[in-house]
Design a protein around this ligand. Structure first.
Ligand code: SF4
Ligand code: SF4
Ligand code: SF4
Ligand code: FES
Length: 346
């Protein structure tokens, strides 16, 4: 691909043709505030925070591609003024209770407010009247419209990545909000609960219901089905408190389904079996793996001798890896039966 030379804030930059000005700047360590841009999605150009000046014109840097010989300035007095107004208007209509917000310290709006230097007192008179109800009906997702900045990242995620199209902009002016069809709670919509929108929301408008900030993360593979999506398990105090997709995984590129993202409570659940159980005189008793496997093997031999190999059958689990399922069918076939099935075809 052809390369393009340009200058951003006196830094000489070379990027492939077609790169946007915003990407070119970010890739070269030059920060331009941005809220509605997300690297996984098509640009929307709705927040107007990424304005820059190029060759005497003001332009939206997330939308405009670089051009040969372009000279870009990211912080002229005019740019700073327009950006400040755009940021102030967003913050004026925002319920900024940062200390009690689940996004505190990882929030894009906080980052922008601090970069632009917002004077909150000046905005008091601009506040929209009234609070909107917070949607807590969903088992995994909390939606707080009072914190939404209408960046549309959730809408584009739902359409471009998940293909569910469960949400979109609705109403006008101060009443504008992200809504499901018929403005129903998310739970009653066609939402598939994948949480992809939650993972990308730049502020605290979409949060996982039961999440806590992890102390550290462990890279692993989701154990729910044979797809093998890459995940990071978030751990705090020895307990798993969240899951996020591994964007470096070629299998899922960071995306997850509802089970992979939200179905992790079983791992630390008190009822979870941690040893095999053997039924003796009508009651299940804890046993070692050796005991359990010896019992299964002896029953297999017993049945095989009594009724022939075709009397045996095996059902394996989607929770095993594809490799384990392959080995399981090999084992069954080596015992002389083709009666094998599994639930790994999710
Ligand atoms: S979304 Fe961001 S700015 Fe808003 S309350 Fe939460 S942390 Fe603060
Ligand atoms: S959870 Fe998934 S399906 Fe539901 S609104 Fe978000 S992106 Fe769409
Ligand atoms: S819910 Fe989050 S991602 Fe969706 S428009 Fe509001 S701020 Fe943006
Ligand atoms: S990031 Fe460019 S307009 Fe929002």
């Amino acid at each position: 691909m052809r390369e393009v030379n340009l200058v951003i804030d006196d830094v000489q930059i070379v990027v492939p043709e077609g790169t946007t000005v915003l990407k070119a700047a970010l890739q070269n360590g030059i920060y331009i505030p941005h809220l509605c841009y997300h690297p996984d999605l098509k640009p929307a150009g709705v927040c107007r925070l990424c304005l820059v000046e190029a060759d005497g014109r003001m332009l939206v840097s997330c939308h405009v591609a670089v051009a040969e010989g372009m000279t870009v300035r990211t912080n002229t007095p005019e740019v700073a003024k327009v950006r400040r107004v755009a940021a102030e208007l967003l913050i004026a209509d925002h319920d900024a209770a940062c200390l009690s917000c689940g996004k505190n310290n990882s929030c894009k709006l906080q980052e922008i407010a601090s970069f632009v230097g917002i004077d909150r007192d000046r905005l008091e008179g601009l506040k929209a009247p009234g609070r909107r109800p917070v949607d807590r009906a969903h088992p995994f997702i909390v939606r707080d419209h009072n914190k939404c900045v209408l960046c549309g990242i959730c809408v584009r995620t739902c359409e471009e990545i998940q293909g569910a199209c469960a949400i979109d902009y609705a109403y006008r002016g101060y009443a504008t909000k992200i809504s499901t069809f018929g403005d129903k709670p998310l739970l009653e919509s066609v939402c598939e609960s994948c949480g992809e929108c939650v993972a990308r929301c730049p502020v605290g408008a979409l949060l996982p219901k039961n999440g806590a900030k992890p102390a550290y993360e462990v890279k692993t593979i989701c154990g729910y089905c044979g797809c093998g999506c890459g995940i990071y398990l978030g751990v705090r105090g020895g307990i798993i408190v969240g899951v996020r997709g591994d964007s470096s995984s070629p299998v899922n590129q960071g995306n997850l389904c509802v089970k992979g993202r939200f179905g992790y409570q079983f791992i630390n659940h008190a009822d979870r079996l941690t040893t095999p159980l053997i039924k003796r005189e009508g009651r299940f008793e804890e046993a070692s793996w050796e005991e359990a496997l010896d019992l299964v093997a002896s029953k297999f031999w017993e049945l095989q001798e009594k009724y022939g190999p075709e009397a045996l059958g095996g059902l394996s689990s989607a929770r095993a890896t594809n490799e384990s399922n392959y080995l399981f069918q090999k084992l069954l076939r080596s015992l002389g039966t083709n009666s094998i099935d599994h639930c790994a075809r999710l």
